[in-house]
Structure formats: C-alpha cells, structure tokens
Design a protein. Structure first.
Length: 292
C-alpha cells in the first residue's frame, strides 16, 4: 500500500478512488431505493455520445459527457413520467441510442482507442486536472445529498406520499437522475462506463444485508465503496491487474460476504434461546403446585 504512494499518478488515483467510493454509493442508495438500479448503465451509454461529440469537436470529453449525460438523464425522467410504457422503455431507448451514437461519432473521428479507455476505465491515467474536475463534481453531488436528502428519501419511499406532502416531485425526480448522471461522469475515467453502475448499486446491496435504516444503509454503503475502491486499487498495483474490474469484483465479494453473514445473523435471531435447567425445573414445580 505504501509503495504505491511513492508515485504521483498513484496518489492521484488514490484520491480519485476515495471520492468515487464515497459519491457513487451515496447516490446509488436513492437509485436502488427507487428501483432504478439500471439508471447508471443507461446514463453510462448515453455518455458515449457526449465523448464522441467531444472527440469530434476537439473539446474536453469530460465536459461533453457531462452535458450529454445530464440532458439524457432529464430526458429519461421526462419520458418515464409521461410514457405509458413505463420507465424501462424510456431507459432502453436512450440506452441503445446513446451507445449507437457514441460508436458512430467515435469511429468517424478515429478515436476508437480513446473510447476503449472510457468504456473500461483506467484510474491510473487520471491526471491532476481530471482530479480537480472530479473533486468539484463530487462536492456538488454530496452537497445535493446533504441539502435534499430528506426530500429525496421521502420521494424514493413513496412518490404519492411525497406529492401529498407538497414536495416538488417532478423537480426531485429530475434531480436524482441528473445527480446520477454527474456521478457517472465522475467515475467513468476511473471505473469505466461499463462498470460504473456496479459501484453505485453493489455497495448499497451489500449494506442492505446488514442494516435496516436508510441512513445506516447509506453510511455502510459509502464505507463499502471506499474499502472496495482503495483495496482494489492497491491490489491492482500489487498484482498488475486492471483497477476497474478489481474494484468491482472486490465490491461483489463484500456483497457475497454480507449475504452470508446477514443470513447467519437472521437465523440466530429466529432460533429461541435455550431455557436453563434451573428455570425449567422451577416452572415444572410451580405447575405441579398449581395442579395440586
């Protein structure tokens, strides 16, 4: 662990991993609670179009992905609210449209190699400039979670109750989608667009196995995210493995351990405690006295 800190690019990668490990599960808690676990995948594929446009115009891929992702996320939410077919159809339409548009634009520019880097991620290639952008976006995302956390929680629990309580349901729904889009942009260089959704969902799923409350789930999920990101990065450096898949596989391993551990704990809670012999003998004697 300490060996990798000797290199500037690994220090940058470590800070980036911590930011992603905190941010992705924080947003993912709301997404999972609202049963939109595939939103990150859909937005990730939409980001390909933004990257393709950026490469075609010679602008920043991060900026291009950010603009297109936010617009795409808002479009998904609008279509989900108005479409009779439901949100899954809206997600699928933009999912495939973003993927096709990104591949087409990238191939026209001849940036296939650049597209591969964003698809699969390369956290060790994150520059100091990228880190500043990631840190700024992470502050925005966590600020939204802190400021609107109560309202977003109520919306995710029951949209009708939130509407009855006078909350701006449409605005909050768009806010969740846009925040998820920003989170995808934060993690795409490090984890990869194909895997970023896993870091938004898997730590939350792991936390749900061992916690009950919403706030506890979010805090544990953030801890799992940071642990997976930092340990996965260290393991990839030590054993020369790709960082993105290493981080995601470690998160999956923690999830499996949480499933097993949670089931054992729940089973122990359901098993009645053994009655001591003295108490059993006393109860028997009392019953005999009453019977006599």
């Amino acid at each position: 662990m300490l060996d990798m800190l000797q290199y500037d690019f690994m220090r940058i990668a470590l800070v980036s991993a911590i930011l992603i490990g905190v941010t992705a599960p924080a947003v993912g808690t709301f997404i999972v609670q609202r049963r939109l676990s595939l939103l990150g995948d859909g937005v990730g594929h939409i980001a390909l179009t933004g990257i393709g446009l950026a490469l075609l115009t010679g602008t920043s891929p991060l900026l291009g992905a950010l603009v297109v992702c936010v617009l795409g996320a808002v479009a998904i939410e609008v279509l989900r609210a108005r479409s009779r077919s439901g949100g899954d159809v809206a997600l699928a339409v933009l999912f495939y449209g973003g993927l096709a548009g990104g591949v087409l634009l990238t191939n026209r520019e001849g940036g296939g190699a650049s597209l591969q880097a964003y698809l699969f991620g390369s956290i060790t290639s994150v520059t100091a400039r990228d880190l500043y952008v990631v840190a700024g976006l992470a502050v925005v995302v966590l600020g939204i979670v802190l400021v609107f956390g109560r309202e977003l929680f109520l919306l995710c629990q029951d949209e009708e109750v939130a509407r009855t309580a006078g909350l701006p349901v449409r605005f909050l729904s768009v806010l969740i989608a846009a925040t998820a889009a920003v989170t995808v942009v934060i993690a795409m260089r490090a984890i990869g667009l194909l895997l970023v959704s896993a870091l938004m969902v898997v730590p939350v799923a792991a936390a749900q196995q061992v916690t009950r409350g919403f706030r506890g789930t979010m805090l544990v999920a953030m801890g799992v995210g940071v642990l997976s990101a930092v340990t996965g990065l260290a393991g990839s450096f030590q054993y020369d493995l790709p960082p993105g898949p290493s981080i995601v596989l470690l998160a999956l391993a923690i999830f499996l351990a949480a499933v097993v551990g949670g089931s054992v704990v729940r089973r122990r809670r359901t098993v009645p405690a053994p009655v001591p012999d003295e108490a059993r003998a006393g109860a028997t004697a009392e019953a005999e006295v009453r019977g006599g």
